[in-house]
Design a protein. Sequence first.
Length: 190
Amino acid sequence: MSVEEMLSHYGYFALFVGTFLEGETILLVAGYLASMGHLDLTYCIVAAFLGSLSGDQFAFYIGRWKGKSIIEKRESWRRSANKLHKLIERYHELIVLCFRFFYGLRNVTPFYLGTTGLGAVKFLLLNATGAFVWALTFGFAGFLFGSVVERFMTNVKHIQMAIIGGVLVTACIIWLLRRNRNDKPKHKKK
């Protein structure tokens, strides 16, 4: 069953479940179907917001409840968690607001955030803000660019990965340039 068929048969419930689990593709398709008159855009945005918010809150509390013990059992997760914890300590507000916009981070980030000292109320407020902006962005994108989104639906994840790769490469280059600049011996004037 395709995403479009699933939405046509199960509507907003399918959108809620899809955005609870991940969501970009299903929300873009729902926005497209809203542009065709099959769904209501406002209800699509509300269902996506609630699904995204609920899924991330669930992952956060799983992380809070069992996250540390799960991470300790897996070496590769421990290494990733240590790196992520350093980023979270420094940029936790920005990370909570933006993680759902990057493919592959949506499910794991709230789980890891649950293992930190980030307060539950603060996470809820930041998560709700991020989920609302995300639902509006992808809902309207699907609605406004319905036919274009349908044609390029299979490429959405590849485009996101290319953008993430470009950002990471740029960040690495900047880091290397700064590191090399700081490692150069300083000549003292006599």
